[in-house]
Design a protein around this ligand. Structure first.
Ligand SMILES: [Zn+2]
Length: 419
């Protein structure tokens, strides 16, 4: 028998596959907050953390937190790492999960070799990042960062279950009580920083033929829900010039988002949800609702685009006799990574003869919320299949996972606190 050339990488891939068997759907991976599949994934992560030599706790929002205790005693501060284990609908196996499974594999290897670190290392499996069930993202990291918005407890899922009810029924500590969610916040004074390993979710590293990259900043995003109202009338009898068609107006608005965001290289805009409520094939649409997601590497560029697009939506609506209600879901501002942490990843990459390539993240990550309370850095791992993510085709190689794990080991062993 030949030995596997990528033992850590292969174990990460095997575990990503094992975790993906818990799904809310048949024939694909959907893992929404607090579903049975989600609870099973949470339990398996806790088990793996324990097997790797960590003390594990589960907090009031369902985060699984494993601690690899320092050799220096209980006074040591905490370097935190981790990512999320919930997914989008029919998502990929590595988005988020790589950032939990890789550090668990690394701790398991350190523990097996009897190597302790001079600081506590905590791995967080964040219970909710994608916003699939309650249409609000960063739920789990907002609790850990002490930024939980109490109003969210009344928010309902598609079945009318509130977040408070879902938490109360979950058996999680605190049963969804606000005080428990607030008490789950980590004290920033105890933190050395937060680092997150994540699949790139884009083609940049693939196209540059690089396995790993160091993230410079996480781009802010702004999300909107837009409701357009017109007038329902008969599809057969209403002349074209007399219509107030909410869907046709929406189509024009979507093209506006596309053209405005195409005009600036660092800007992207997406309408990912589109609905004609109670629509019927023989009725002119009375209403149309859509989501709008606008992102840019710089807050100024994004805000300027938003101002233009919102004004444009109102103009289109006025011209067509429609009304437009544009609701902004709270914006997420840019989160710059800390240079001193980035430099420590870059030093490890260079030592191994790899390029210390730096790139921004267009996608939001848990590190974005953690950046509100501590310095953060991110290590991106090359995404296969043309860089596709939020899709079952999302993949990485065992070789890249192995390399990322080795780089992470080096980073942890040579980690120096700031200052
Ligand atoms: Zn993710």
């Amino acid at each position: 028998m030949t030995q596997n050339p990528h033992p850590l990488g292969q174990s990460i891939i095997d575990r990503a596959e094992a975790l993906a068997r818990f799904s809310d759907m048949e024939g694909g991976l959907t893992c929404a907050f607090l579903t049975p599949a989600h609870r099973s994934a949470q339990a398996l992560l806790a088990q793996w953390m324990e097997e790797a030599g960590m003390q594990v706790r589960i907090d009031a929002i369902g985060n699984v937190i494993g601690r690899y205790a320092a050799d220096a005693g209980a006074d040591a501060r905490v370097l935190m790492t981790g990512s999320h284990f919930d997914t989008v609908r029919n998502g990929g196996r590595y988005d988020g999960r790589l950032g939990i499974l890789l550090p668990i594999a690394v701790v398991g290897a350190l523990n097996a070799s009897g190597i302790r670190l001079p600081y506590h290392l905590e791995i967080v499996g964040f219970a909710e990042e994608e916003g699939l069930r309650f249409k609000t993202s960063f739920l789990a990291s907002s609790v850990l960062a002490g930024r939980f918005d109490a109003a969210l407890l009344a928010r309902t899922d598609a079945d009318g279950v509130t977040l408070a009810e879902a938490l109360a029924a979950s058996g999680l500590p605190g049963h969804g009580e606000l005080a428990a969610l607030q008490a789950a916040a980590v004290d920033p004074a105890t933190l050395l920083g937060f680092v997150e390993v994540h699949i790139e979710q884009g083609p940049v590293l693939l196209n540059k033929d690089l396995p790993l990259g160091v993230v410079t900043q996480i781009a802010g995003s702004s999300r909107f829900q837009v409701r357009i109202e017109g007038q329902a009338s008969h599809a057969g009898t209403t002349p074209m010039g007399m219509r107030r068609d909410a869907a046709a107006g929406t189509a024009e608005m979507i093209l506006l988002v596309e053209s405005r965001c195409s005009a600036v290289p660092a800007l992207v805009g997406t309408v990912g949800q589109l609905l004609v409520p109670d629509g019927s094939s023989n009725v002119i649409p009375a209403a149309c609702t859509f989501s709008m997601d606008i992102r840019a590497g710089e807050d100024d560029i994004r805000e300027a685009a938003i101002a233009d697009i919102v004004a444009g939506i109102q103009q289109i609506a006025a011209r067509r006799g429609l009304s437009a209600q544009v609701d902004r879901i709270k914006p997420v501002f840019n989160a710059p990574c800390a240079r001193w942490l980035m430099d420590q990843f870059s030093a490890v990459l260079r030592k191994r003869g790899l390029a210390a390539f730096e790139l921004p993240s267009g996608a939001g990550h848990d590190a974005m919320m953690m950046q509100r309370i501590t310095d953060v850095a991110m290590l991106f791992v090359r995404c296969g299949n043309g860089g596709i993510s939020h899709n079952p085709l999302e993949t990485i190689t065992a070789e890249d996972a192995q390399l990322a794990a080795e780089v992470f080991v080096d980073f942890l062993r040579h980690f120096q606190p700031e200052g």
